[in-house]
Write a protein that binds this ligand. Structure first.
Ligand code: NAD
Ligand code: DAU
Length: 348
């Protein structure tokens, strides 16, 4: 069967594409990606020659391209990851998020509606985020019943997209599933996000910027465990249902960065405490959500999924990957990245 994966050249998408191409030789995997700053075909070098894999450069906001793809291939399923994904960028430029995350999702849904004459055996899978639920207080977790209360332009655009998916399900009967996942980390993570940014900055001897008081809390999941969960939800999840995915792994940002500093010092052969000296408190992110935590018991009970690595193991694997892939890091941190990074705090 042909399966369309959008955003497959990005961080999570590349792990999902690799898993599906390798695990399902009978599936034809079509990876549609616009190759924005976050998309990188180097992420998929090891599988690009596989006979069951096709890469298409293009935008999900292009209805003619979608029409052509759905006409050329009998696409049975869509796993939709393509998005503008960085909260700080959404604060600076919300419109790109509205275009890709909302209008792009609508264009994909329209293509499914137009081309899937029967919905039998078809499925649209929306990859979403826990950020749609807003912020938690000091206790409790997001469940599948938590109300949507997004606080950033990014999370509002993802929430809008999720609502559109649900609406196409209710109105037209489109078979869909949605999963809402917590913070991912691991190989191929673009170094604008906290963990790879800190790895890169330690290697460069640059400051490690901690927003506000550093007590903001996130629930971290190794990206390969997310890819496994996506495989399970796509194949075994129930239509018109949502699944929360998380690491059962809450960390305050400052504690996480200190752990990362320790592991980096060991790897670099530095005296303990060396990297921590780079920690610098900077002005807070506007609208910064205090705490996220996921109750992932539904996917655990119904589909038997749980994370496979501890945070310490996953972080070590991540650090090792960045040390083994210096060229990758060099490629993604030259050019436009410099401009972005230098201007990050300019108007805060
Ligand atoms: P990413 O920014 O690393 O990758 C996004 C990919 O989408 C890139 O390859 C980019 O080129 C592509 N893309 C962007 N605009 C496009 C367009 N108009 N048409 C086609 N392709 C386009 O993002 P990520 O961190 O891998 O996140 C993937 C998905 O998972 C997103 O939908 C995100 O909301 C969701 N998610 C991410 C996390 C996380 O912690 N990173 C957690 C939960 C959910
Ligand atoms: O929760 C899932 C979400 O996780 C995904 O939907 C998003 O696509 C993904 O980017 C991520 O969002 P966050 O905003 O939580 O991730 P980020 O790595 O940007 O920030 C993590 C925390 O660290 C957050 O509290 C902000 C803080 N932070 C971030 C950066 C980049 C810092 O203190 N300093 C930094 O330099």
């Amino acid at each position: 069967m042909s399966l369309l994966i959008t955003g497959g050249a990005g961080f999570i998408g590349s792990h999902v594409v690799r898993l599906f191409v390798q695990k399902y030789p009978d599936y034809h995997i079509i990876n549609l990606d616009a190759l924005t700053y976050a998309g990188n075909l180097e992420n998929l070098k090891d599988i690009e020659q596989r006979p069951n894999y096709t890469f298409v450069k293009g935008s999900i906001t292009d209805p003619l391209l979608l029409d052509r793809l759905f006409t050329q291939h009998d696409i049975k399923g869509v796993i939709h990851l393509a998005a503008e994904s960085h909260v700080d960028r959404s604060i600076k430029d919300p419109m790109a998020f509205i275009d890709t995350n909302i209008k792009g999702t609508a264009a994909l849904l329209n293509a499914c509606k137009a081309h899937w004459k029967s919905f039998e055996g078809r499925r649209f899978y929306q990859i979403s985020t826990d950020e749609v639920f807003g912020a938690l207080g000091p206790t409790g977790c997001f469940t599948e019943e938590s109300p949507y209360a997004p606080n950033s332009p990014y999370s509002a655009s993802k929430a809008s997209a999720d609502h559109l998916v649900r609406a196409y399900g209710e109105t037209y009967g489109l078979p869909y599933v949605i999963s809402n996942c917590s913070n991912n980390y691991g190989p191929n993570h673009f170094p604008e996000k906290l963990i790879p940014l800190c790895i890169h900055n330690i290697l460069e001897g640059k400051d490690l910027p901690i927003y506000g008081n550093g007590l903001y809390t996130r629930d971290w999941l190794f990206v390969k465990d997310h890819a496994v969960a996506i495989d399970l939800v796509f194949h075994q999840g129930k239509n018109h249902e949502t699944y929360n995915i998380g690491g059962f792994n809450e960390w305050k940002n400052i504690d996480l960065v200190k752990l990362l500093c320790q592991q980096m010092d060991q790897k670099l052969g530095n005296a303990p405490g060396t990297s921590e000296q780079l920690i610098t408190y900077v002005k807070d992110r506007p609208g910064h959500d205090r705490r996220y935590a996921i109750d992932a018991s539904k996917i655990n009970k119904e589909l038997g999924w749980k994370p496979s690595v501890t945070f310490e193991e996953g972080l070590q694997q991540t650090i090792d990957w960045y040390f083994d892939n210096e060229e990758w890091l060099k490629h993604v941190t030259t050019g436009a990245y410099q401009h972005y990074y230098e201007n990050m705090y300019a108007d805060r």
